[in-house]
Design a protein around this ligand. Structure first.
Ligand code: ATP
Ligand code: MG
Length: 474
């Protein structure tokens, strides 16, 4: 049972923070995993994370601890997700990209360029036996819409769920890349399309959540089998208080949407860590595009790492405290909770709310069967809602995607049935061939026996003839 790897990174004090508070910081380092934070009321909170990167930490250390194991897994077809989370101006984009992904000091290179190099290095080392290919996609979630950063005309990409592939971005642009330079060039064109703005807290503030998607496909040369690993990097927009950022107008609207989706993320994490056996609970993945997109990364089929970025300044202690509390909760998500994702959100135990829900579902199904009216929309909606496929019947978008989910699930089930049929037919064919071979072998040995018999009797005949000519009484 694996959990999310949760780390903390404190950036160096900014010039503004130094101006207002000198060199004072609100954290006291205990060791590389434990530290104490003092809030505005001088209250002390001790935190323990998988790793703490203090102000003087290097980008390479973050990469090696947090990202390298996930990169190696992705090349082995295990999905991975890395998320940077924290207050605006806390160093999320800096950790992810560095000052620039194209040209910068080797020391300052962020996770993205290091991950690109790491992926190609891992591929090179297994060149003999496996053929790899890497495809890139890049999207941002801006004002609750998923925009394709490689093709701005695709400005409202739908998020779908498929049994075979998990969460997918419908129709997103995928670009194949063959070396690190090409990959970085491609990603840099996506970054240039990102929505950024200036606030009092950050000159270049991310106004959207940015998602880098690496699809690593491997073809095993000996048997032509295909395996795919997805690596998702998420540079979140920062939480912010309007009075601190000085947001108004459009920037304020952006901030409200950002805060709303971050609180949806917090709710998902709470639901995942609060659920206890026998208790009915629901994971609100569909409450925001961000949580829906991260459904596999949170409690699903992915190796996930979270980097909580914080300012060490006493002026931001309360924001840092809330970031750290979020990180602590996330740390407790067990990835085995996968089974409790969207489809299975009610605990299954006799007498629990799930059994009455199941009975209600059965009743609706019976009514639909009796009437032969599978297009009774009201009943279908009720059924979808009860079985957790649909959360908000009032939302046409949710309704659309619920119908599509059901259709794609039916298609996938049909595909599985066809695959099973094909393999049964194959098995029968093979069995038939074996039987034919055995039959032919049986016939052959029968003829051979007859032929051998004939041969022996003719030999005996000849022998007796020969002997007879020498021994007349024979
Ligand atoms: N570890 C670090 N070392 C040096 N400078 C840093 C570090 N982390 C962040 N900074 C600097 O702090 C400023 C804000 O960082 P960044 O843009 O990464 O914040 P952010 O968390 O992405 O904010 P937002 O949510 O507004 O996008 C930048 O000027 C960046 O260069
Ligand atoms: Mg940013």
């Amino acid at each position: 049972m694996s959990s999310i790897t949760a780390c903390v990174r404190f950036r160096p004090l900014s010039s503004g923070e130094r101006r207002d508070h000198g060199d004072s910081v609100c954290i006291h380092c205990v060791d590389s995993q434990i530290f104490v934070l003092k809030d505005e009321k001088e209250e002390e909170f001790t935190f323990s994370f998988d790793k703490v990167f203090y102000e003087n930490s290097e980008q390479a250390q973050v990469y090696e601890f947090l990202a390298l194991p996930i990169v190696k897994d992705a090349v082995d077809a295990i999905n991975g997700t890395i998320i940077t989370y924290g207050q605006t101006g806390a160093g999320k984009t800096y950790s992810m990209e560095g000052p620039s992904i194209m040209v910068c000091d080797e020391q300052k290179r962020g996770l993205v360029p290091r991950i690109v190099d790491g992926l190609f290095d891992c591929i090179k080392s297994s060149e003999g036996t496996v053929k790899h290919s890497i495809k890139l996609s890049m999207v941002e979630i801006y004002m609750e819409k998923v925009r394709d950063l490689f093709d701005l005309s695709k400005d409202n990409i739908q998020i779908k769920e498929s049994k075979a592939q998990g969460i997918v971005l419908n129709g997103v642009t995928e670009i194949s890349v063959s070396d690190p330079a090409e990959a970085l060039q491609t990603l840099s064109s996506g970054i240039a399309n990102r929505t950024v703005g200036e606030t009092q807290m950050n000159m270049s503030s991310s106004r959207s959540h940015c998602i880098y998607l690496f699809t690593v496909q491997q073809e095993l040369k000996k048997d032509n089998r295909l395996k795919t690993g997805k690596l998702i990097l998420v540079d979140l927009a920062g939480s912010e208080k309007a009075e601190k950022t000085g947001a108004e107008g459009k920037v304020l609207e952006e901030a409200k949407t950002i805060n709303k989706s971050l609180s949806a993320l917090g709710n998902v994490i709470n639901a995942l860590t609060c659920g206890s056996p026998g208790k009915a609970y629901h994971i609100p993945y569909r409450d925001s595009k961000l949580t829906r997109l991260l459904q596999d990364a949170l409690g699903g089929n992915s190796r996930t790492a979270l980097l909580c970025c914080c300012s060490p300044s006493p002026s931001n202690a309360s924001e840092s405290l809330s970031t750290l509390r979020f990180g602590m909760r996330a740390k407790h998500i067990k990835m085995s909770l996968h089974a409790k994702s969207s489809e299975d959100k009610y605990a299954k135990k006799d007498g629990s709310p799930s059994s009455s829900k199941n009975q209600a579902c059965e009743r609706i199904l019976d009514q639909l069967r009796e009437r032969f009216d599978v297009e009774d929309v009201v009943l279908l909606e009720e059924l979808f809602r009860l079985s957790g496929i649909l959360y908000d019947p009032g939302s046409p978008e949710d309704l659309d995607s619920a119908f599509e989910d059901v259709t794609s699930q039916t298609i996938i089930q049909l595909q599985h049935m066809v695959e099973e049929l094909v393999s049964t037919v194959e098995e029968l064919k093979n069995e038939n061939m074996t039987l034919k071979d055995r039959l032919a072998a049986g016939e052959r040995s029968d003829t051979q026996r007859k032929e051998a018999g004939g041969h022996i009797s003719s030999l005996l005949h000849r022998v007796s003839g020969t002997l007879g000519s020498f021994l007349p009484w024979f």
